[in-house]
Design a protein around this ligand. Structure first.
Ligand code: PHE
Length: 459
């Protein structure tokens, strides 16, 4: 087998737009609308946001280009792509671990991602029922607490979301995905604009925007920097093979650089809009920015409850959020599913069912960590405090496994792969190529290593 051009057995995108839509569908999800605002609140706002934006620009974008490049060169599942590319350049087998670690990270992320997507599904029903109309902040809070306190209800929604994900993956990610992303993502964008519009009427818009963008670096802890970097990976779907898997279905003539910029820009815009919608509501209602994973569920219903046609808008918003989560969730198990199909003589349907089931079982741990097992926690003194199962799975994947995967990808693309192949795939303006190659060879890996070393308090 060689990496000369051949098509992936899993199919191919119809063109540049299709790939852009699929990769943006993967990138834009709960990470932007649910996670970004709440971790920004937990990490004190502005300075955290700046670090996150820097990470997107000089770590995220270069690694995204590298991942797409590797995927298109290998044209296989990330595990086999890495096996192929390592053997072609006579590199040690250990580099295949990029594929394996990523596939496992994807499974773990999906397990809790589906639980949170379940909350969004539950909110579709609550929005449509109108319970939030003119509801007080306490009332809104009570509805959220009642939901997360009920493991059976969470399990039901988690099950429905996982079934949907499995069904779509079983059919092949190319089918239907293009259309869903093409029409629903712009609509989600419009809904966010409407929410930002509402936020300007709360009287705390400037306070919210100020919180989001004015940086006080003296308050920034080491942990916050780790979380900001981890989130750059998480939000762009990097470091675990999702984008590599999608890159394998990418036609040869599409520009990797341009597409990566566009995806990162779209993703960042959605996150910033979500922040600009949410923090004014937080301050106008004297809520706690550091409320944690429930933040959007405790703030947005207040806005929809007061807005004209809020019931309709709110319902549409949560439906779109569920779709955004679905288009991300499918990319989380695509690497594993593609590998099973290639290696284990199973059909796509079987592979999707096995993986969906595994993530479903694992997700039960996260469900229980919001209620029955909320006291089951552990700490590392001075670093992490009272981590639940959910916190642990999220922290382990987003803050450790994804950056580590990204680091290995950068080293592999920048140092171990024959450069003429790299150049042949990236094909962009010569200066731009040089900048990228320099970043991926030195800057990106070094930054990831520095943040990690800081984490283990070595420097
Ligand atoms: N990027 C997705 C989001 O922001 C989550 C994701 C992470 C998807 C890793 C695939 C891989 O919601």
């Amino acid at each position: 087998m060689s990496s000369e051009f051949r098509l992936s057995i899993h199919g191919q995108w119809s063109g540049r737009l299709a790939f852009f839509l699929a990769a943006t569908g993967s990138a834009v999800g709960l990470g932007n609308i649910w996670k970004f605002p709440y971790i920004t609140g937990e990490n004190g706002g502005g300075a955290f946001v700046i670090v996150y934006l820097i990470c997107i620009a000089i770590i995220g974008v270069p690694i995204m280009m590298a991942e797409i490049m590797l995927g298109r060169r290998g044209r296989l599942s990330p595990i086999n792509t890495m096996a192929l590319l390592t053997s072609e350049d006579n590199r040690h087998k250990i580099w295949r671990a990029i594929g394996w670690m990523g596939a496992i990270a994807g499974l773990i992320i999906l397990s809790y991602y589906s639980v949170i997507a379940g909350w969004a599904m539950a909110y579709v029903v609550r929005m449509a029922s109108g319970v939030f109309l003119a509801s007080t902040t306490d009332g809104v809070n009570g509805i959220f607490t009642a939901l997360t306190a009920d493991p059976e209800r969470l399990l039901a929604w988690h099950t429905i979301f996982m079934l949907l994900t499995t069904m779509i993956v079983a059919r092949g990610v190319q089918h239907g995905l293009e259309r869903a992303v093409r029409y629903l993502m712009p609509l989600l964008f419009v809904m966010l604009l409407i929410l930002v519009g509402y936020a300007t009427s709360t009287g705390a818009f400037l306070q919210g925007v100020n919180y989001l963008f004015s940086a006080d670096f003296s308050k920034l802890s080491t942990e916050s920097v780790v979380v900001a970097m981890g989130h750059a990976f998480f939000t762009l779907s990097l470091g675990m093979g999702a984008i590599m898997a999608y890159g394998a279905y990418l036609p040869k003539d599409v520009s990797i650089a341009k597409t990566s910029f566009a995806i990162a820009a779209a993703d960042t815009l959605v996150a910033l809009l979500a922040g600009m919608a949410i923090f004014p509501i937080v301050f106008a209602n004297a809520l706690e920015p550091a409320a944690g994973p429930g933040l959007i569920f405790q703030t947005l219903p207040i806005a929809f409850g007061q807005m004209d046609a809020g019931t309709l808008f709110g319902t549409v918003f949560f439906v779109l959020l569920v779709f955004a989560a679905l288009t991300s969730a499918i990319s989380l198990i695509e690497p594993m599913v593609a590998w099973l199909v290639e290696n284990k003589n199973v059909t796509r349907i079987q592979a999707a069912v096995y993986m969906g089931l595994a993530a479903w079982v694992l997700g039960i741990g996260s469900i229980l960590s919001f209620n029955v097992w909320s006291n089951v926690t552990w700490s590392i003194p001075g670093l992490f405090k009272d981590l639940t199962i959910f916190d642990t799975l999220d922290g382990l994947t987003a803050n450790i496994m994804l950056p580590l995967g990204g680091l290995f990808i950068a080293i592999f693309a920048g140092h171990l792969m024959a450069e003429h192949k790299v150049k042949d795939e990236i094909q962009t303006h010569p200066t731009l190529y040089k900048v990228w190659f320099y970043l991926i060879r030195y800057v990106t890996p070094l930054l990831v290593i520095i943040v990690f070393l800081n984490l283990i308090k070595l420097i």
